[in-house]
Design a protein around this ligand. Structure first.
Ligand code: FA5
Length: 347
C-alpha cells in the first residue's frame, strides 16, 4: 500500500517541477489538494486508510502525512519561485531605457500681443508714464458722455458699440474712458499733474479686415500739467516712434476730429508702397494709421476735475497691434486672434 503513496509523491513532484506559470501551479494545487467543492488526489489516498487492517494502518497514516507535508512544502517553494519569475518578466517587459533622449517639451510663452504691449509700456515708462488699467466693461457715461459725446451726437457713429442687457452698460469701444478715470483717481481733485498710459482691450461691432478687428488693444496715453502744448504731444509721439521702430520709423501727423480733443490729429507710420501687402494695408497711401491724439478738450479736463484755465494736457489712443504689424511685417491683424501656432510660435 505504501507504494501508492510513494508513486503519488514522485508523480506530484515531477509535475510540480514542470509547472512554470501561476496558472499551472494553481492547476497542480487543485489536482492534488482539491478545492472547497472537490477532493484532491492526496485526500483520495488518505481515504484508503479506513480500509486497511490495524497494523498497516499506522504505517500508512504516518507515510501519508509525510507525503502531504512534503507536497505542501514543495508547493509553497515552487509558488514563490514562479511568482518571482512572473514579476521579473513583467518588469523587463515594461522596462524603461533611461539612457534614451527625452521628448522635447515645448515652452509656453507670452502671446505676441502681450509681448508687444510690454514693449510699448517700457518705452513710455522710460518717458515717465505710469501704467494704469481701467475696466473693459464701461458705462455709456464714461465711454461717451464725459468725453463730450452727448447721446444723440453724430460722432457716436465713429464707434459701433456692443451693448449689454443692462441699460447704460457697454463694452468699451476705446480706452479713452480711462482718461476720466485716471484724472479723477490720480489728479488729487485737479491739483496734481499726471502722466499715464492705459493699455487694454476694446470692442467694436465693425467689419473685420486685414487692418481692423472687432476686438483689439489700445494704449491710451494722457499727460496733464501746466503749459503742456501740442509740441509736447508731437515730441512724445516722435520719441516713441524713434524708440520703437529705430531710425527708419517715419511718422506723420494729420489733422482730424475727436469730440474729446481740440485740436485733434491722427498719427500714421510709414509702410511704403513697395509690396502688394503695403498697398492694401495703407489703402494706396503708403501710411498706416496707428493712433488718434490731440489736446484734451476743456470740457473733458473739467469732467476729470481740472480747471482748464490753469491746466492743459494731451491724450492719444494708439493701436498696438498696428504698431506690431509695422514692426514685424505682419500682413493681417486677424493673425493675432486666430490661434494659429505657425504664427504664434514665431514670437
Ligand atoms: C479712438 O478710439 C480714440 N479714442 C483715440 C484718441 C484717444 C483720440 C485720445 C484722441 C485722444 P480711433 O477709433 O481712430 O480713435 O482708434 C485709435 C486707434 O486704434 C487707431 O489709430 C488704430 O490704430 C486702432 N484701432 C481702431 N479701430 C481698430 C480696429 N477695429 N482694429 C484694430 N485697431 C483699431
Amino acid at each position: 500500500m505504501l507504494d501508492t503513496l510513494n508513486t503519488l509523491e514522485a508523480t506530484a513532484l515531477d509535475e510540480l517541477e514542470l509547472a512554470n506559470t501561476s496558472q499551472a501551479i494553481a492547476n497542480w494545487n487543485w489536482k492534488y489538494f482539491g478545492s472547497k467543492r472537490s477532493k484532491g488526489a492526496v485526500d483520495d489516498a488518505m481515504r484508503q486508510l479506513g480500509t486497511l487492517p490495524g497494523e498497516e494502518r499506522k504505517a500508512f497514516g504516518k507515510r501519508a502525512n509525510e507525503v502531504k507535508q512534503a507536497l505542501t512544502a514543495a508547493f509553497v517553494a515552487r509558488e514563490h519561485l514562479v511568482k518571482q519569475a512572473d514579476l521579473e518578466a513583467q518588469m523587463s517587459a515594461g522596462s524603461l531605457d533611461v539612457t534614451l533622449p527625452g521628448k522635447p517639451v515645448s515652452r509656453g510663452r507670452l502671446h505676441p500681443s502681450s509681448q508687444n504691449l510690454r514693449r510699448i509700456s517700457n518705452v513710455f515708462a522710460q518717458m515717465g508714464f505710469e501704467v494704469y488699467r481701467s475696466p473693459d466693461v464701461e458705462t455709456d457715461e464714461m465711454n461717451f458722455g464725459l468725453l463730450n459725446i452727448a447721446p444723440e451726437h453724430p460722432a457716436r457713429d465713429m464707434w459701433d458699440t456692443f451693448y449689454t442687457n443692462t441699460p447704460g452698460v457697454i463694452l468699451r469701444t476705446h480706452t479713452s474712458p480711462g482718461q476720466i478715470r485716471s484724472m479723477r483717481e490720480f489728479g488729487h481733485g485737479g491739483t496734481k499733474p499726471i502722466r499715464m498710459i492705459l493699455p487694454g482691450m476694446c470692442y467694436r461691432y465693425e467689419q473685420v479686415t486685414a487692418r481692423s478687428e472687432m476686438q483689439f488693444n489700445q494704449v491710451e496715453g494722457i499727460a496733464v500739467g501746466k503749459n503742456i502744448t501740442l509740441a509736447d504731444l508731437k515730441g512724445a509721439m516722435s520719441e516713441f516712434a524713434r524708440r520703437m521702430f529705430g531710425g527708419n520709423g517715419k511718422i506723420r501727423f494729420r489733422s482730424s476730429y475727436f469730440p474729446f480733443t481740440e485740436p485733434s490729429v491722427e498719427v500714421d507710420v510709414f509702410l511704403g508702397l513697395d509690396s502688394e501687402r503695403n498697398k492694401m494695408l495703407t489703402k494706396g497711401t503708403g501710411w498706416l494709421e496707428i493712433s488718434g491724439a490731440g489736446m484734451i478738450h476743456p470740457t473733458v479736463l473739467r469732467n476729470g476735475g481740472y480747471d482748464p484755465a490753469v491746466w492743459s494736457g494731451f491724450a492719444f489712443g494708439m493701436g498696438p497691434e498696428r504698431v506690431a504689424m509695422r514692426l514685424h511685417g505682419i500682413n493681417d491683424i486677424r493673425s493675432f486672434w486666430s490661434n494659429d501656432l505657425r504664427f504664434l510660435e514665431q514670437f
